[in-house]
Design a protein around this ligand. Structure first.
Ligand SMILES: *[C@@H]1O[C@H](CO)[C@@H](O)[C@H](O)[C@H]1NC(C)=O
Ligand SMILES: *[C@@H]1O[C@H](CO)[C@@H](O)[C@H](O)[C@H]1NC(C)=O
Ligand SMILES: *[C@@H]1O[C@H](CO)[C@@H](O)[C@H](O)[C@H]1NC(C)=O
Ligand SMILES: *[C@@H]1O[C@H](CO)[C@@H](O)[C@H](O)[C@H]1NC(C)=O
Ligand SMILES: *[C@@H]1O[C@H](CO)[C@@H](O)[C@H](O)[C@H]1NC(C)=O
Ligand SMILES: *[C@@H]1O[C@H](CO)[C@@H](O)[C@H](O)[C@H]1NC(C)=O
Length: 556
């Protein structure tokens, strides 16, 4: 071929390529350079959906329709991104986002969010802070909250909320009485708490955390949220003493328990408790068994790929669920550091999944955005994009570098994050809405702020009584009527959680129509509408409290 012809051919080919909308990541899961290059692009596309660091925006928040918790999960993903790649591009944004959301008590209970905050939501922020401590992520200035202390604060507030009144223990899903789901104890709230407790035990060597991890696991097994084959179900209601188990299985539950169990292996090793080592070793294996069985799809062992089985193949994964594979990927990889015998098994699953994951990242305007479906789709983009989809692919790609990543540190092995065992103490178990409305009320405050609020509420109350008043009845009858109306507001104290069809794997590995579970209660409405609804409920709750308590809280 003449030189001219060769050149002409090259030009033609490059023109063709430039005009082609098809972009495909070329990922070599065996090459660190390849993984880093792909992860860098995935991270950039992920961060194109985050604007919290822009002027006029709120650090640590994602735009609608993403809930607050997912921004915390994103901060955790960015800590991971730096841990694996060493690329510091997003470190300051991550630190800014985490610190902006700590709230007045430094425990990830910011007032803007507490109306709708669940234990699991708070838990995801706490776990991001825990990762920052374990990986020696850049420490905030001395006068700012520190990573370890933040994780301890989340732990302390949640330990205080452990509820022995119903189902013999466990955390409720929601923190506040007026939220849908206050009557529901769900696995992910326990999973986050267990995950934090076991990692804090390992990091600090303090056995109190380990005791809580044990208590949480035992309770989960006791009520049957974890069954004898280590499958983990969604949750159940307090009215039925946690016997009405919602049978759906989500990947973040097994992921969070897997990593926590691995941390307990390492903790027990360090403490020289050999029988505990054996116990937690078996539990790690058991959860890995159920994880591979339920959340990986393929014809044989060599081609299994991660799947969010309860919703993916029927296109019913909600905004939250679209991100769950990110956490399963994150926690499976991290498990190999404390449970090294799992490495070959986990690595094989993560390799298959990463390859399948990037193969379908051919969407969006730039031709490389990722959809949700990795398994069972021949690398075809499913037409969706989003923070969850992008974050999940980034995490599973990064996870393939786990053998090169540093061992997480502890306080005794180079950890530099400052702790505070009593962190969050002034905010413990904040379930009292009156206290929550006013902060911790001192006697002096009561005459001022509390009184103003009382006047406002009293005016509102008068207006409501007026609205409900029926002139054919006496004032006394009207009052009773009003009281019962307020008390029976749907959702004020508890609400049944609605569910919509999805699929669930059956024993034989097939699928059957089923229901999607508790998250849909939130999904039915936009985040803003949900929040407005919660605010109405909070107000009604306060009015109800005033009526019921004969207004004595403001008198002293
Ligand atoms: C709370 O909301 C206000 C008003 O939107 C905002 O300025 C502030 O930064 C928010 N705080 C947090 C911690 O998100
Ligand atoms: C409620 O469930 C717990 C834990 O499963 C059990 O120990 C307790 O006996 C049950 N209580 C009632 C009243 O059924
Ligand atoms: C995990 O699965 C393997 C293979 O089926 C089995 O031998 C082992 O007993 C299981 N482990 C646990 C803890 O269930
Ligand atoms: C796999 O793909 C086939 C064909 O599209 C579909 O019928 C089946 O439901 C899929 N299974 C899962 C678990 O996604
Ligand atoms: C962590 O280590 C430092 C220095 O060795 C020590 O002063 C501190 O008390 C330790 N903290 C905990 C929680 O063990
Ligand atoms: C261990 O943790 C518990 C629970 O947070 C705390 O009360 C206790 O002070 C801690 N002990 C030490 C030595 O740090």
């Amino acid at each position: 071929m003449s030189r001219l012809l060769r050149k002409a051919t090259a030009v033609a080919v490059s023109l063709l390529l430039a005009n082609s909308p098809i972009f495909a990541y070329e990922l070599d899961v065996h090459s660190t350079d390849s993984i880093k290059t792909v992860a860098q692009q995935l991270a950039a596309d992920l961060m194109s959906m985050y604007s919290g660091n822009q002027p006029g925006q709120t650090p640590g928040l994602l735009p609608q329709p993403y809930y607050w918790w997912e921004a915390g999960a994103l901060m955790g993903a960015l800590v991971d991104y730096w841990y694996y790649t060493g690329d510091t591009t997003y470190n300051d944004i991550t630190q800014q986002g985490l610190l902006h959301q700590v709230g007045p008590y430094n425990d990830f209970m910011p007032p803007n969010q507490t109306l709708t905050e669940g234990n699991d939501d708070q838990g995801f922020w706490g776990m991001a802070a825990m990762s920052a401590a374990e990986y020696n992520f850049q420490n905030p200035a001395k006068d700012k909250p520190q990573w370890l202390a933040l994780a301890q604060a989340v732990f302390n507030t949640q330990a205080e909320r452990w509820d022995t009144q119903h189902c013999n223990g466990g955390l409720r899903w929601q923190i506040f009485t007026w939220n849908n789901g206050f009557n529901y104890k769900n696995s992910i709230s326990q999973a986050c708490f267990f995950n934090l407790a076991s990692r804090l035990a390992l990091y600090t060597g303090n056995s109190t955390y380990a005791d809580w991890a044990v208590r949480t696991w035992d309770w989960m097994a006791g009520v049957g949220f974890i069954d004898e084959t280590y499958r983990i179900y969604d949750g159940a209601t307090v009215e039925k003493n946690c016997t009405d188990i919602t049978p759906y299985e989500f990947s973040y539950n097994v992921g969070a328990f897997l990593l926590g169990a691995a941390a307990m292996v390492e903790y027990s090793n360090k403490a020289g408790e050999l029988s505990d080592v054996a116990l937690w070793h078996e539990r790690v294996d058991g959860i890995l068994n159920s994880t591979e069985l339920i959340f990986f799809f393929g014809n044989d062992d060599s081609d299994k790929v991660m799947i969010e089985i309860a919703c993916e193949s029927v296109n019913l994964c909600d905004v939250d669920q679209q991100s769950f594979k990110a956490y399963l990927s994150r926690w499976m990889a991290a498990t190999t550091k404390w449970a090294p015998w799992t490495f070959d098994r986990i690595k094989r699953l993560l390799q298959n999944s990463a390859q399948a994951a990037v193969n379908q990242c051919t969407g969006g305007d730039n031709g490389r955005m990722c959809g949700l479906k990795w398994a069972n789709n021949s690398g075809e983009w499913d037409g969706t994009t989003g923070v969850g989809q992008q974050m999940a692919v980034m995490e599973v790609v990064l996870a393939n570098m786990i053998e090169e990543a540093k061992q997480p540190v502890t306080n005794g092995t180079g950890g530099t994050s400052a702790g505070n065992p009593g962190a969050g103490g002034s905010d413990n178990g904040r379930v009292d809405p009156v206290k929550w409305q006013h902060g911790v009320i001192t006697k002096g405050d009561r005459a001022g702020a509390a009184f103003v609020t009382f006047v406002v509420l009293a005016a509102l109350l008068a207006a409501l009584v007026f609205m409900f008043a029926d002139e054919t009845k006496t004032p006394g009858e009207n009052w009773d009527n009003f009281r019962s109306t307020v008390s029976s507001q749907p959702g004020v104290r508890s609400a049944e959680v609605t569910a919509i069809p999805a699929v669930q794997v059956t024993e034989d590995g097939g699928t059957m129509p089923d229901r999607k579970g508790k998250r849909s209660a939130r999904e039915e409405t936009s985040a803003a509408a949900f929040k407005a609804d919660a605010e109405t409920k909070a107000t009604l709750y306060l009015v109800n409290q005033l009526v019921a308590s004969d207004s004595d809280w403001h008198r002293e």
